[in-house]
Design a protein around this ligand. Structure first.
Ligand SMILES: NC(=O)c1ccc[n+]([C@@H]2O[C@H](COP(=O)([O-])OP(=O)(O)OC[C@H]3O[C@@H](n4cnc5c(N)ncnc54)[C@H](O)[C@@H]3O)[C@@H](O)[C@H]2O)c1
Length: 350
């Protein structure tokens, strides 16, 4: 397993983006999203994908120089056209605007259209939590999930996240895709030649299957918690796409299998300014009470620790920041090495 120094990874990503024509300000914003995601241990959605975002710029599916623009605005809401900018650029602008507006109005919603894959939803929800607000963040995506009763890929994995400040610089946060498992887990079962539980996929007839090899051509993912995850995925589609003008369901192209096409994904961000509703000390005490009761509940046989949502990620981030380095998966090391070669840049993996 290879490692990289965090500071070197950061400056490498900024240089790679600038080499592709992205402004220094946007390159720094995208890099912060991706490297922070890596430090949370979500290595599938951080710097591993940077090479593909840059390939998508070269293929015309993303505009390296685009500036997202506000197309509708009120005191407590806005709609932003991403103008084909890198997804992280529009998403950061949108959540920062939601936070700014919520500080005036108490709560604000900002939607984004004409965007692309924004990586891990949790980064944006945590932008709000970092400033003492509750944040919600979500995105639609190209369809890979069959809905209950259906036999074809009908809706995206539609990632959803919330974050709330714990008062100690950390947050309680959930960051999940709304499929039962990530497609990557099905691919891993294929690599290990293992059968899968019948709650992961349905086949071409819409019937649950334990054959991982049917995916992706002849099988679709199942929604998280059957009809419950389906319903939440529809909510995400509503707020991130129907409301914003982004592609609806099958109008969203795969961001990485179709590099030259505009992805036209949409996102939604909501910020709630806690301090306008109850004093911050009171909120911190009350969320602490909730956290303690959850953490200190009776543990299942063989379980050593109960985690709050987000707690595993904060543990990993603390470890990465303390050591100043990151352990890479093989796929991530290969992707970063390819990007270094393609961009003519140095990156020391050890
Ligand atoms: N941009 C996109 O189009 C897109 C699409 C799909 C997924 N994603 C991203 O992929 C990432 C992974 O999604 P996933 O669905 O595989 O996540 P996952 O199933 O690994 O779940 C992670 C979440 O569950 C919490 N969690 C896990 N175990 C826990 C436990 N025992 N106790 C308490 N909390 C626990 C974690 O703190 C975290 O919030 C997310 O960052 C998501 O935003 C992005």
């Amino acid at each position: 397993m290879k490692k990289v120094k965090l500071a070197e990874l950061e400056s490498f990503c900024i240089k790679a983006l600038e080499t592709a024509g992205v402004s220094p300000e946007h390159a720094a914003a995208v890099t912060d999203v991706l490297v922070t995601t890596d430090t949370f241990g979500v290595l599938t959605h951080g710097t591993k994908n940077l090479g593909q975002y840059i390939q998508k710029m070269h293929a015309g599916g993303l505009d390296a120089k685009a500036e997202p623009s506000i197309v509708a605005e009120g005191p407590g809401f806005a709609i932003i056209n991403g103008n084909k900018a890198v997804g992280m650029v529009s998403a950061v602008k949108a959540m920062k605007l939601a936070i700014e507006k919520a500080k005036q109005t108490g709560i604000a919603y900002v939607g984004v259209c004409n965007s692309c894959h924004f990586g891990a939803a949790g980064y944006y929800a945590n932008l709000a939590a970092r400033e003492g607000l509750i944040g919600l963040s979500m995105s639609n995506a190209d369809p890979v999930i069959a809905v209950p009763g259906g036999r074809k890929k009908a809706i995206g994995t539609n990632p959803f996240s919330f974050a709330a400040p714990l008062g100690d610089g950390k947050s309680v946060f959930l960051d999940v895709a709304l499929s039962n498992v990530a497609a990557l887990k099905v691919i891993m079962a294929q690599e290990k030649n293992q059968p899968i539980p019948d709650t992961w996929l349905v086949d071409e007839e819409g019937v649950p299957t334990t054959d991982a090899f049917k995916f992706p051509k002849n099988a679709s993912l199942q929604p998280m918690g059957a009809h419950k995850g389906y319903g939440l995925a529809v909510l995400v589609e509503l707020l991130a796409s129907v409301m914003t003008g982004a592609g609806i369901l099958s109008e969203v192209a795969s961001w990485n299998l179709d590099l030259s096409s505009t992805n036209n994904a949409g996102h939604a961000f909501i910020a709630i300014d806690i301090a306008q509703m109850l004093p911050m000390e009171q909120f911190t005490a009350r969320i602490g009470q909730m956290a303690d009761e959850l953490r200190n509940g009776p543990k299942a046989k063989g379980c050593e620790r109960i985690f709050l949502p987000g707690e595993m990620e904060w543990d990993k981030r603390e470890k990465a920041l303390a050591s100043g380095e990151l352990e890479l998966t093989d796929a991530m090391a290969a992707s970063l090495t390819n990007l270094a070669e393609a961009s003519g840049l140095e990156l020391n993996l050890y």
